[in-house]
Write a protein that binds this ligand. Structure first.
Ligand SMILES: [Zn+2]
Length: 89
């Protein structure tokens, strides 16, 4: 699990996600399956606790609390969906 606070780490992960372009599938709103470059599929979960946005990924980096590109790839889809949801409500 990581908290969106380290901007440099976050930007690096976003840049990697744009380069790798992992396939992101929505399981539920806030829960995504991201296919990694090695063919493994990881589960990314988003939750908001107070003002903190938390993302957890079950890959090795995510388990160690690092911002991984699976998380940021899912976050991009999540942001798009969240905006869409907000617009349709
Ligand atoms: Zn990950």
């Amino acid at each position: 699990m990581f908290i969106l606070e380290s901007k440099t780490q976050l930007e690096k992960a976003i840049a990697k996600a744009r380069k790798v372009k992992p396939i992101v599938k929505m399981i539920a709103f806030g829960v995504y399956a991201v296919k990694g470059s090695n063919g493994n599929s990881y589960t990314v979960k988003m939750e908001r606790i107070g003002n903190e946005k938390r993302i957890s990924c079950d890959c090795k980096g995510g388990e160690r609390g690092l911002i991984c590109h699976h998380g940021t790839a899912a976050l991009e889809l999540h942001s798009t969906l969240a905006k869409h949801r907000a617009a349709t409500i």
